[in-house]
Structure formats: C-alpha cells, structure tokens
Write a protein that binds this ligand. Structure first.
Ligand SMILES: Nc1ncnc2c1ncn2[C@@H]1O[C@H](COP(=O)(O)OP(=O)(O)OP(=O)(O)O)[C@@H](O)[C@H]1O
Length: 341
C-alpha cells in the first residue's frame, strides 16, 4: 500500500474532477475509472477525467500510452473482445454498455470524429458535395437543394475558398489541408457537442497544421462544443489546448491547465516529455526519453514509468501511485507528492 500524501484523494467513481470551467454545470463528458483490457494487454487503467463545453482538452503521451484506446472506448469502437469497466457519461447518459444502435446515434449526432487520414475517410469516387449532402440528409429531413446549400455554407465555415465550386471536386483534387478541413466540416454536420480529433494534423505541414487547429478551436468556441485532441505533439498542445492530460502506460499520470503543465510539470514523465521537444534558439539539445514505452500486461501494479524514471524509489513499485492534487493540478508521482522532487 502506498502512503498517500495530505493531498491524496482516493476513490474515483464519484470524484469531482475540477477543470477549467470550475463551478460550471455537469461536465459534457465524464469518464470515471475507465479500465480496458485487450487480450493480455492492460491498455487503460482506472482513467478519470472530465471535458466541459467550450473546452479544448489535449491528451498526450508516447505511442502505446492508451490515447486511442480511450478515444475508441468513448466512441464504442473497441473490438467486441475488449474487457471494459468503469463509466463514460455524455451529459449524464451512460455510454459504456450502450447498444450499437445507441452508439451509432451518439457518433452521428453528438460526437464528431476527426481522424488523421483524411484521404482514407473520404470516398474517392464521390464528389465532396455528394458526400456532404448524403451525410447531411442522413441527419436532417431536407431536400437535396437545401442540403447542398448547407454543405456549401459548411465549407465556407471551415475556410474552403469558392465553396460552391468545391462541392463538385473529388477528394484527390484537393490539397491535404483542404481535405482535412472537409473532414472537420463532415464532423460538424450534425452539430456535435464533442469533437474527438485523433492526431488530426500529423500528416499536414506546419503552416496548414496551425490553420486546421485554429479552425477546430474557433469552431469549438463558436458552437460551445468541446474538443478532445489526441496527439503526441506537445507543440500542438501548447498552441491550442486549455487543459492537458498526460498518459503513460494506460494511466493518466498528470493533468493541469496548459500553462501550469508547461511551467510546473510535476510528473517525471511529463518533465521528460517536455525536455524531449526540440526548441529553436536554445543551446541545450533536446533529450530523448531513455528506454522504451511501457506495455502493461494483465493489470497495472506499480508506476508504469518507474523502470525509466531517474527519480524512482522502492515506493514507486509498491503499488499503483495514488493521485496527488495541487488545486486543479493533479498527478500520480509519489516522489513529487512527498515534496521530494
Ligand atoms: N486491438 C488491440 N489488441 C491488443 N492490444 C491493443 C489493441 N489496440 C491497442 N492495443 C494496445 O493497447 C495499448 C494502448 O494503445 P493505444 O493505441 O491506445 O496507444 P496510443 O497512445 O494511441 O498510441 P499511438 O500514439 O501509437 O496511437 C498498447 O499497448 C497497444 O499495443
């Protein structure tokens, strides 16, 4: 048993997780004690976080840290063989264990998806207009003419020049950045409350990346929707997010508002992640994190970062570290929690 510090709070399920919108109404998305096993792999362990309306939450971590599995669990897109427990509520409605029909409705109406590969998400044999009109008419009982007008308006909203003409283009006739804007337009069709964007800009060059992220942030604010951005790129997080959660080995190891996380990271993994980002104009070279990302089998029994952590002590492997809170900043490092870091 790991001794919790004075700031340690136990229990997850009814825990209040303060976010940016403190004192605000019920969170839009409330994830509690989410645990996912995929065969022998403990992909996500005891995950709890909130997403509020109008908020941009970044989820960062190395490959294999459980980011995509978390997104898929929320969307009901994990394989049937996955063992899932905990709770995922969208404005109070429990999504874990919901029927496939309910989850199709949720994905269609309430949660929009933006994935990395825009070309794969668009059908090459149909025009952009055909695809948007079809998607619009799946959600709204409107004529083709009205749907086409709305599709053009949507393209305008996401910054596509000459939107009416673009409706007649095929995906391959557009640039990567334009295709990603169209994917965002498609994700917005049903006016979702939450947009989950999984590495949405990885395939784009830096300038276009910034435009697409600014667009997501602007749309999120204008529509009072929330965005959950899954990325391994801390530069992207710094540019866009209000709050950041760091994942490691399927565990949420730290969460804070973006300024606090960058200025005063508490978990050694977040610190290492920040040091691993190259900075222009600084003499000190960036440092790669030694060792390989953790793959956790069966269940988590210790701090997953301990084998790679320069500050690890025996206590770190005595059990899963509890949460330590400093205001709205929380982390799972016992050494930092004891004030020894
Ligand atoms: N279908 C699956 N079957 C078995 N294990 C899986 C499956 N999908 C993911 N995993 C495992 O679950 C863990 C979390 O994977 P996940 O894809 O969520 O990581 P990630 O943080 O999104 O990484 P990346 O940035 O590479 O996408 C990893 O150990 C991965 O190997």
């Amino acid at each position: 048993m790991i001794p919790g510090g004075p700031l340690h709070r136990g229990g997850f399920v009814d825990q209040v997780i303060p976010g940016r919108a403190e004192g605000a109404s019920t969170p839009l998305l409330q994830v509690r004690d989410l645990t996912v096993r995929l065969g022998p792999v403990a992909a996500v362990s005891g995950l709890s976080f909130d997403v509020h309306r109008g908020e941009f939450l970044g989820i960062v971590g190395e490959s294999g840290s459980g980011k995509s599995v978390t997104a898929k669990a929320i969307l009901g897109l994990l394989p049937k063989s996955a063992e899932i427990s905990g709770s995922v509520r969208l404005e109070g409605e429990e999504l874990l264990g919901a029927s496939s029909e309910t989850m199709r409705r949720i994905r269609g109406d309430r949660i929009g998806l933006v994935f990395q590969d825009a070309l794969a998400a668009l059908d090459p044999v149909y025009t952009i207009g055909d695809q948007l009109v079809e998607a619009l008419r799946a959600h709204n009982d409107v004529s083709k003419k009205v749907a086409r007008k709305r599709a053009a308006d949507l393209l305008g909203e996401v910054g596509i020049p000459k939107p009416v003409e673009r409706l007649d283009s095929y995906p391959h006739q557009l640039s990567g950045g334009q295709r990603q804007r169209i994917i965002i337009a498609a994700a917005l069709i049903a006016e979702p409350d939450l947009i989950i964007a999984d590495e949405p800009t990885t395939a784009l060059d830096v300038t276009v990346q910034k435009q697409v992220l600014d667009l997501l942030a602007e749309v999120c604010q204008r529509r009072e929707a929330a965005v959950m951005l899954v990325t391994h790129d801390l530069g992207v997080v710094a540019q866009t997010c209000d709050r950041v959660a760091t994942f490691y080995g399927g565990l949420l190891v730290e969460e804070a508002d973006v300024f606090t996380l960058f200025d005063n990271p508490r978990h050694p993994y977040t610190r290492a992640l920040l040091r691993s980002v190259p900075r222009l104009g600084e003499d000190s070279p960036f440092e790669a994190i030694p060792g390989s990302p953790a793959q956790i089998y069966i269940s988590l029994t210790a701090c997953p970062f301990a084998p790679r952590c320069e500050h690890a002590q025996p206590v770190c492997t005595a059990g899963v570290p509890p949460e330590f809170w400093e205001g709205t900043h929380r982390h799972r490092c016992v050494v930092a929690g004891r004030g020894e870091l």
